[in-house]
Each structure stands twice: as structure tokens, then as C-alpha cells.
Design a binder for this molecule. Sequence first.
Ligand SMILES: O=C(O)c1ccccc1N[C@@H]1O[C@H](COP(=O)(O)O)[C@@H](O)[C@H]1O
Length: 219
Amino acid sequence: MAIDIKICGLKTEEAVAAALEGGASHVGFIFFEKSPRNVDAERAARLRQAARGRAQAVAVSVDASDAMLEHIVGTMQPDMLQLHGRESPERVAELRTRFGLPVMKAFSVREASDLDALAAYRGIADRFLLDAKPPAGATLPGGNGITFDWRLLASLDGQVDYMLSGGLNAANIGAALRLARPRGIDVSSGVESAPGTKDPDKIRAFFAAVRAAQTAGVT
Ligand SMILES: O=C(O)c1ccccc1N[C@@H]1O[C@H](COP(=O)(O)O)[C@@H](O)[C@H]1O
């Protein structure tokens, strides 16, 4: 089965090129000042050009204001919004309508009960992103390079369209795909040489590991 692959937190043309050459279906840009991956809308607008017609450009925000989202959408023209904060179902619905863009809502997962939160967003969010719960005191709601117990996802109904994220890398993606059956995967710090610095070799290694898992019949 084809699987969507999102490379997130891109800041340079070189990194975008490595993601596209590898066959990324989605490229993600972070709009969160505390993140080492933060970009401004003007830079994201330049970087996303190479993805036009090749991959969906995703704007990642965290409880962003209307004004901030207006600026991001107007300047960068993303194909999708990723909401990585505490946005309510009403807020997701409102933003989806206002911008006419599909929305991927992120959830943080540590234990089975964390998946209960998805129910209120079914039929509202276009897609879910399941990320690991950040450690206590973390400044970032995502991009922490932490995995969660992928076996928890076995309980999800097969209709749930989710991207798996949180601490994925070339070394563990094969195991993740054996245990979870996501329709998409999302990686950020696992393809970096330092926080916020994407490593094209690691991006290539990640794609190679996904292809190896697919050849082995895992997906
Ligand atoms: O990456 C960030 O800095 C970030 C900041 C704010 C919200 C979301 C962020 N990243 C998202 O988290 C996932 C998982 O990251 P990782 O692979 O564990 O490093 C990432 O793919 C982004 O969608």
C-alpha cells in the first residue's frame, strides 16, 4: 500500500529538494517561534514553490491567532493546515471553513485513553496526526524526537486516517510500520544533524528504510 510521507520542519532549499527527491507526499513548515524549525511566512512561501505539483505544503501552527493564520495562508498559500495545539473541534471546523483548506489535527499520545480525544474531531478534521506526548516542561508540543507505544494504535478503527509521528527515524520506521498501520508517516528531528538542521543524508536514509519495509511487505 502506498503510504504518505511527510518531512516536517524544513528551512532550506537543500532540505526541501532532498524531501522531494525522496518522494515526499507532504512537506511541512513550522510556524512556532520557540521552535528551532520556525520559519516566517515569506521564507515558507519561497521554499514551498519547489513542491508545487509534487507534494502538499503543510503549514504547522500551535493555537495560532486568526491574524497569524491569515498572514500564513495569504503569504505561503499552503495546501493543508496542521493544528498542533489545543484547538477545539469548533476551532478546527471554523478554520477549515474560513480558509477552505483541509486540516490535520495533531494529538499527543502516551496511553490508550489519549486516543479517546479523536472522537470529537471525527467528521471535522480531515486527517489526524498522532504524535508522542511531550515530556514535562518541554517547550515544544511536537518535534521532540520521542516515540510512543505504537501497539496502542491497534485498537483504532481502520477507517481512521492518521499520520504516525513522534521520534521516527531510519532505524525505527520499519518496526513502527509493522506495529501500526498508518496511512501516512511524519518525521522531523529524526532526519536532522542538530535541532533545526535537516540532514539530506538522513532524509535519504529515511526514505530508503521506508522502501525497504515496503519491499519486505510490511505496508
Ligand atoms: O518540529 C517542531 O519544532 C514542532 C513545533 C511545534 C509543533 C509541531 C512541531 N513538530 C511536529 O512534531 C512532529 C514530530 O516531530 P519529531 O519527528 O518527533 O521530531 C513533526 O513531524 C511535526 O509535525
